[in-house]
Design a protein around this ligand. Structure first.
Ligand code: THU
Length: 160
């Protein structure tokens, strides 16, 4: 038997204004997208924006459905659109923000497990880490230098 310890590193900034102009601008795009979320059921709006190495910014928001499981999270809406539109581009950075329609989210909201798995696929595909920033509606912003920090032991094509 051997014990394996897994370490993850996150950086937490007190507020968005502590981050660079480039990151703030990407988060602004995520906020714009969050405001376009279609979330009549959960009342929980999420926006995501991706910066690609060709300079394009792709954003997306959660899209819900009366048949609940048919809806899709903001992160996957954005990343699949990026993959479908610019299949050769690498994703440099991703900004995510979540806001409830009922109360103010004041702490960073990390992407759900299914979205982490989807982001992992692109990180493996492009062989370069994706920087991920995530926040609530106001307050602290968390940064991960790679999706790997958010999803240790990913399932990838090497297992197939
Ligand atoms: N949601 C996202 O868009 N991203 C996540 O990472 C977590 C959850 C959405 C899905 C659903 O529309 C709502 O938030 C509540 O779960």
């Amino acid at each position: 038997m051997k014990e394996i310890k897994i370490e993850s590193t996150l950086y937490v900034y007190d507020a968005l204004d502590e981050l660079s102009k480039e990151v703030r601008e990407l988060m602004e795009k995520a906020i714009e997208s969050r405001n376009k979320a279609y979330a009549p059921y959960s009342k929980f709006n999420v926006g995501a924006a991706l910066l690609l190495d060709n300079g394009e910014v792709i954003s997306g928001s959660n899209q819900e459905n009366a048949s609940y499981p048919s809806g899709l999270c903001a992160e996957r809406t954005a990343i699949y659109y990026a993959g479908a539109t610019y299949p050769k581009a690498k994703i440099l950075r991703m900004a995510i923000t979540a806001a409830s329609q009922n109360q103010k989210t004041t702490s960073p909201i990390p992407p759900c497990g299914a979205c982490r798995q989807a982001i992992a696929e692109y990180e493996v595909k492009q062989k370069e880490p994706i920087e991920i920033y995530f926040m609530g509606e106001v307050g602290a912003v968390a940064k991960s230098n790679s999706l790997a920090n958010l999803l240790p032991l990913i399932f990838d094509s090497s297992a197939l």
